[in-house]
Design a protein around this ligand. Structure first.
Ligand code: BV8
Length: 246
């Protein structure tokens, strides 16, 4: 395949020499699967809503039926979507290197559908439901506008992390440990605006890792990365696989 951009030999060498590579993905990795990123204007019905305002406990408290409609719209959209070459290549990378930790901010299960295992879901999962009152994990009845908990009668909510909510303890612990111990940290398809996820690259750099940004639009943090690869994940990762798999 003709190389469509410069992936520096030094980066390939760093990846080949790495004992542990940590990959953090954001919504951009699912963009080539047709899943709108968080900061894209939302399509159609949702054009008048700000995703960041909807993904909050306050929005759910104010109008749980609206928030459920939004999440059901996203579930349908993601269920129709297919993993793209970026997802598949990230899954393949795990078989080429001694140790890869995949942390995703995405809630769409596309990494798992592409074959990645041990995925750390930093912001939860779109398809998990739990009770907003007693926290019991359960499966919501999709025929009801606002599904309720069979145990306590409280409203059910999607099992994602909303703005203002803490990251699941195990996900935070395991992600931080991976960032501290990795030799190379790849930050892919994320605008690096949401914390504490965006702080993982800093943690990796502060622990002597080589940090890399892969994004068609270099972010405001691009200057702090050792390598910035301006490209789509669905193009760059197949190229990385080709360069490593020799
Ligand atoms: C918390 C699940 C405290 C829901 C999401 C400073 C420090 C710490 C916290 C804060 C802080 N300042 C503000 C905060 C609070 C807040 C925050 O960070 N706000 C931001 C907006 C400033 N953080 C929080 O609230 C977090 N919690 O801090 O808790 C606490 C502690 C203890 C106890 C109580 C509280 C929780 C944040 C989690 C929010 N939930 N998702 C849902 O999905 O519905 S975040 C949401 O945004 C998604 O998960 C998404 O992944 C994430 C980040 O966005 P990106 O993934 O980066 O997507 P984006 O659209 O921005 O960018 C896409 C990129 O892809 C672009 O750069 C584009 O160029 C690129 N791209 C496009 N196409 C491609 C591509 N790249 C590659 N290939 C392509 N083809």
């Amino acid at each position: 395949m003709a190389r469509t951009r410069d992936i520096p030999d030094a980066l390939i060498t760093a990846l080949r020499d790495a004992r542990h590579v940590c990959i953090l993905t954001g919504a951009g990795v699912s963009a080539e699967s047709g899943v709108p990123t968080f900061r894209d204007a939302q399509e159609g019905l949702w054009a008048n809503y700000d995703a960041q305002a909807l993904a909050t406990p306050e929005a759910f408290l104010a109008d749980p039926a609206l928030v459920w409609r939004w999440y059901r719209w996203r579930r349908d959209l993601v269920s129709e979507a297919m993993p793209n070459p970026g997802h598949y290549s990230i899954a393949k990378l795990a078989g080429l290197l001694p140790r890869v930790t995949l942390i995703t901010q995405n809630v769409d299960s596309l990494h798992q559908r592409a074959g990645s295992t041990g995925v750390i879901e930093f912001h939860g999962n779109l398809f998990d439901d739990r009770c907003a009152s007693c926290d019991t994990p359960t499966t919501a009845d999709d025929t009801v506008d606002i599904p309720v908990c069979p145990d306590c009668g409280g409203n059910l909510r999607p099992g994602v992390v909303w703005f203002g909510e803490g990251i699941p303890e195990a996900a935070l612990r395991n992600s931080s440990a991976a960032a501290v111990s990795c030799d190379v940290f790849l930050s892919v398809g994320t605008s690096s605006t949401v914390y504490p996820a965006a702080g993982l690259a800093d943690l990796a750099r502060d622990n002597a890792a080589t940090i890399v940004e892969i994004n068609p639009n270099p972010t405001m943090h691009a200057g702090s990365f050792d390598f910035v690869i301006a490209g789509k994940s669905g193009v760059v990762f197949p190229e990385l696989i080709e360069l490593l798999d020799v």
